[in-house]
Design a protein around this ligand. Structure first.
Ligand code: ATP
Length: 224
C-alpha cells in the first residue's frame, strides 16, 4: 500500500527461460522495498526483440509457477501466453489498468540491462503514462552508478522522472523511475542453459522444484 493509500502492483516481464534466483530475489526485495500488494510474473510468449526462447512457453510457464509457489505476494500472469502474436508490454499494461482499475499504480520491474534497451520497445514513451519503472541492479551494467550511460533519447526522456525514494511512487499514477538497490546476483538464464548443455550443475542457481522440472522434461540438454 502506498503512502496515500493507493495500491501498488508489480509487473515483472521476462522470457524466464528458465526463471532463476536472480529474478526471484529481485522480485522479493522490490516487493518489500516499495510495499507492493502483489508481484505479477508475466512470461512473454513471443518476445519481439530477441531470439526465440529455447523452451516452449508451456514449459516456461510451468517452471515459473513452480518457482513462485509458496510466496503469497507472487502471482503468475499468463495474459501474454493467451494473446496471439508478438508479446508487447504496452498491451499488458493497458489490460491491467482496465482490469485492476485506475486507482492501482503499476510498477514495471526491469533489469538495468533491459532498461538500457527500452527505446527499442513498441510505443516505449507511452509506457511512462501507464506505469512507473523500478530498475534492478544487474552485475556489469553501468546504469546503477552512472545514469549518463543511458542512450541519449532515453536519457532525455528520463531526465525529469528519477524518483529519489520509494515514497514518490505511491503518490503519482506513473511516469517515475526508481533505481532499486537490490542485491547483485550474477545469474542469467543464458548461463544456466549453457551449464545444462555442458552437463554441469545448476543447483542453487534456481529453486529445486524448477530444477526437477527441467530434469524431468530434459530441457536445455542436447537430447532435450
Ligand atoms: P537471458 O540470459 O536468456 O537473456 P535473463 O536471465 O536475462 O535471460 P530474462 O527472462 O530475459 O532473464 O529477464 C527478465 C527480466 O529480469 C529482465 O528485465 C532482466 O534484466 C531481469 N533480470 C534477469 N536476471 C537478473 C539478475 N540476475 N539480476 C537482476 N535482474 C535480472
Amino acid at each position: 500500500m502506498g503512502k496515500t493509500g493507493s495500491r501498488l502492483t508489480g509487473i515483472f516481464g521476462g522470457t524466464f527461460d528458465p526463471i532463476h534466483y536472480g529474478h526471484l530475489r529481485v522480485a522479493e526485495e522490490i516487493a518489500e522495498m516499495i510495499r507492493l500488494d502483489e508481484m505479477r510474473f508475466v512470461p512473454a510468449a513471443t518476445p519481439r526483440l530477441r531470439c526465440a526462447p529455447v523452451a516452449m512457453i508451456q514449459h516456461r510457464v510451468a517452471m515459473a509457477r513452480l518457482a513462485i509457489q509458496g510466496n503469497s505476494r507472487f502471482v503468475l500472469d499468463e495474459r501474454e501466453v493467451h494473446r496471439h502474436g508478438v508479446s508487447y508490454s504496452i498491451d499488458s499494461l493497458w489490460e491491467l489498468k482496465q482490469e485492476l482499475g485506475e486507482s492501482i499504480i503499476l510498477c514495471f520491474v526491469i533489469g538495468a540491462d533491459a532498461f538500457m534497451k527500452l527505446p527499442e520497445w513498441h510505443s516505449w514513451r507511452e509506457l511512462f503514462g501507464l506505469c512507473h519503472f523500478v530498475i534492478a541492479a544487474r552485475p556489469g551494467h553501468a546504469l546503477m552508478t552512472n545514469p549518463d550511460a543511458l542512450p541519449w533519447e532515453l536519457k532525455e526522456e528520463c531526465a525529469e522522472r528519477w524518483a529519489p525514494s520509494t515514497d514518490e511512487l505511491g503518490q503519482a499514477p506513473g511516469g517515475l523511475i526508481f533505481i532499486a538497490p537490490t542485491t547483485l546476483l550474477d545469474i542469467s538464464a543464458t548461463n544456466i542453459r549453457a551449464r545444462i548443455a555442458a552437463g554441469k550443475s545448476i543447483r542453487y542457481l534456481l529453486p529445486d522444484a524448477t530444477l526437477d522440472y527441467i530434469a524431468a522434461n530434459h530441457l536445455y540438454s542436447e537430447a532435450g
